[in-house]
Design a protein around this ligand. Structure first.
Ligand SMILES: [Zn+2]
Length: 328
């Protein structure tokens, strides 16, 4: 079956989306690829008023915005600017800086560009929430925050993040990483890990394809053993006599963590604990689609079309990680 996602280079992208109208047309096609249905009368024929981004029902003349019910809902920024931002966020392995994008796309206010980035990250997180981690899952926790502060499980100035990567064996029997997920947590208690495992193994995947998580591999921290026991999972413990050996003993999770640190500390120059998880979702989204690199733009637009938007107030009212509680 041919992929419904097109592979695009920068030049292809530039050619395909040269005007705001072409972006509106593309979005309209994506929204109704299974057929148009007027929200008021259910009629299946419409005119597209591409300049204004409106569907006009041929029967009752009800007009619907092409962006209604998507990440772009009620946006005042031209769709072409959104498309360029999406392209950069999808294709750039280390993410993009909001300030750079604001300047390049001539978006008047920093806040607008910042909000656009967060809306796109929400679409990424919603898309990944459909995936479940199966088989053997490597887990560890790490800290994000100001440099030079105390490290370790008792560190208070840094934000703790739980990480998981599912592993599979390729045709040569080599271990390979599958999907990755990261979550900001208040602590590394068995309850936090349990809760994270629930999320990883109970995604909204179709029943026929449902596979189960079988085992976890982590260091010897007692909470992992307790959580594994609660969930009836096999627990492979690696003994870390030297913390520097973690990269060798839990190789995949450490590759994901070091990539995340490069992006957060480099491109974004650090982010507040409140928004950290959102940025981590973006990093995992790209990691989880690393074999479809050239299709990433098409995949991301579809993710934006199939999920509801989020408002500025909803984003800034998110609880801060330090105020979250996951039991003792
Ligand atoms: Zn109608």
């Amino acid at each position: 079956m041919p992929s419904r996602y097109r592979k695009r280079s920068l030049l292809d992208f530039q050619k395909s989306f040269a005007t705001n109208e072409t972006c509106i047309n593309h979005l309209a096609n994506l929204r109704w690829d299974e057929g148009f249905a007027c929200p008021r009368c259910g009629h299946d024929q419409f005119w597209l008023l591409a300049k204004r981004g409106l569907f006009d029902c041929k029967q009752c003349r009800y007009r619907t915005s092409v962006t209604a019910g998507t990440i772009f809902h009620k946006t005042r920024t031209p769709l072409i600017k959104w498309y360029w931002l999406l392209f950069h966020m999808a294709m750039n392995k280390v993410g993009v800086s909001v300030a750079d994008m604001q300047r390049l796309l001539e978006i008047r206010h920093y806040k607008t560009a910042w909000l656009m980035g967060h809306k796109i990250r929400k679409a990424m997180a919603d898309r990944d929430a459909r995936y479940q981690l199966t088989g053997l899952v490597e887990m560890d926790e790490t800290f994000f925050g100001p440099r030079g502060k105390r490290r370790g499980r008792g560190s208070e100035k840094k934000t703790m993040v739980l990480c998981a990567v599912s592993l599979y064996r390729d045709c040569k029997g080599q271990e390979r990483p599958g999907f990755a997920h990261m979550r900001v947590v208040a602590n590394a208690s068995a309850e936090s890990i349990d809760d994270f495992l629930d999320r990883l193994s109970c995604a909204a995947q179709s029943k026929e394809r449902r596979q189960l998580m079988e085992a976890i591999r982590s260091d010897g921290w007692q909470s992992y053993s307790r959580a594994a026991k609660n969930k009836n999972l096999v627990h492979y413990k690696v003994v870390l006599r030297d913390p520097k050996a973690a990269g060798r003993l839990l190789p995949w999770i450490h590759r994901v963590i070091s990539n995340a640190k490069d992006v957060i500390g480099g491109t974004h120059r650090g982010v507040s604990d409140k928004h950290l998880e959102s940025y981590l979702s973006e990093i995992c989204y790209r990691f989880n689609r690393r074999y479809w690199e050239k299709e990433l733009f098409d995949r991301l637009v579809r993710a934006c079309v199939t999920t509801q938007t989020v408002t500025y107030n909803e984003i800034i009212r998110r609880p801060s990680a330090t105020r979250m509680s996951f039991g003792s």
